[in-house]
Design a protein around this ligand. Structure first.
Ligand code: SF4
Length: 331
């Protein structure tokens, strides 16, 4: 290998990934300790890896079809009934509203539309789950070229099978953090294993899975690396990464901000651990990254969530379209 002057020796070794070599974990751990000016060199490598192995850019939009009053106690979430966050509360919206939002997404040129519901999940096909299935069928009928995604929580064999028969492009369910610290950092009302089992049930049935997590819950960089390897082992298809937006009334309302450099380093490591996957920058992109939003999209991400999040606003899709066009100039 040619010596690159001025580039950290661990980053130089990591360039082997561009020759289809997997990086060993020891090297990844060394890279995770880099700081200062080395971070931009790491970001540059992650951007080359993205350009080589995951060059396509993906944008999607989600709709919060059922909001608030969730039985679960996820520490970051405004929709948990265990917290006192000011959040809209409504049961599953009618089919017409779902179709209207799908139409608006279709007209904005975004090709993936996700239906999201608050709550533990669905272990059986009750009337609410059936209405979601009907909504999915109608979107397929009216906008056949559109990808329909869903994020409905923990599933059983029965509900996973029903969804798999509906031609879902991706199912989103996040493991949020290092699985072995889920109870401490995320929730004690359900187990991360139930989420991981939902991933397996869907993958076994041929459904693409979108599964990632949140940075800023109080985890360490080592926890983030554990999460990245857990996602690699689950062989998820899309990895959405969120940056915590501390919401008043939640258990994490006073959590301090991560620096842009820390987030860039994390994105870069996720790309090096999961070189071929779609990695999406989800919540926190606009509100927490401010002037560094573009840099973060060059740190290994090849997708974004556009048009707003579940309980916080984002940029509109027209602005993001221009943003994605501009990013194309970087390869
Ligand atoms: S993240 Fe999902 S399961 Fe957890 S409290 Fe929020 S809506 Fe409920």
């Amino acid at each position: 290998m040619k010596k690159m002057s001025g580039i950290n020796e661990h980053i130089q070794r990591a360039y082997a990934i561009l020759d289809d070599e997997q990086l060993d974990r020891e090297l990844v751990e060394k890279l995770s300790g880099l700081d200062g000016e080395d971070i931009l060199d790491l970001v540059s490598l992650a951007n080359k890896v993205r350009a080589k192995y995951a060059p396509e850019t993906h944008a999607c939009t989600i709709m919060n079809a059922q909001s608030g009053q969730c039985s679960e106690d996820c520490r970051f979430c405004a929709q948990s009934a265990h917290h006192e966050a000011a959040v809209d509360v409504y049961p599953l919206v009618g089919k017409d509203e779902i179709i209207e939002r799908a139409r608006a997404t279709h007209e904005s040129g975004v090709s993936s539309f996700g239906i999201v519901t608050s709550g533990f999940g669905f272990k059986e096909i009750d009337s609410t789950f059936q209405r979601i299935l009907d909504g999915i069928d109608t979107i397929h009928d009216q906008f056949p070229e559109m990808n329909v995604c869903a994020s409905l929580g923990i599933l059983s064999e029965e509900t996973a099978t029903a969804l798999a028969s509906r031609d879902i492009a991706h199912y989103n369910i996040n493991i949020q953090t290092n699985p072995s610290r889920y109870a401490e950092l995320v929730s004690r009302t359900h187990r991360v294993e139930e989420r991981m089992e939902t991933v397996r049930l869907l993958k076994k049935r041929g459904v693409g899975v979108c599964c990632g997590g949140i940075m800023g819950l109080g985890e360490t960089m080592a926890d983030r690396i554990e999460m990245a390897y857990a996602l690699k082992e689950l062989d998820v298809d899309v990895i959405p990464l969120n940056v915590l937006i501390p919401i008043k009334g939640t258990a994490l309302q006073t959590q301090s901000n991560l620096s842009a450099a820390e987030i860039a380093r994390t994105f870069a490591l996720f790309r090096l651990i999961n070189p071929y996957k779609t990695i999406k920058f989800a919540a926190g992109r606009e509100t927490r990254m401010n002037d560094f939003q573009g840099l973060l999209m060059l740190a290994g991400a090849n997708g974004l969530l556009t048009g707003g999040y579940l309980t916080t606003r984002g940029r509109d899709t027209e602005q993001d379209e221009v943003f994605l066009k501009d990013l194309e100039g970087f390869g």
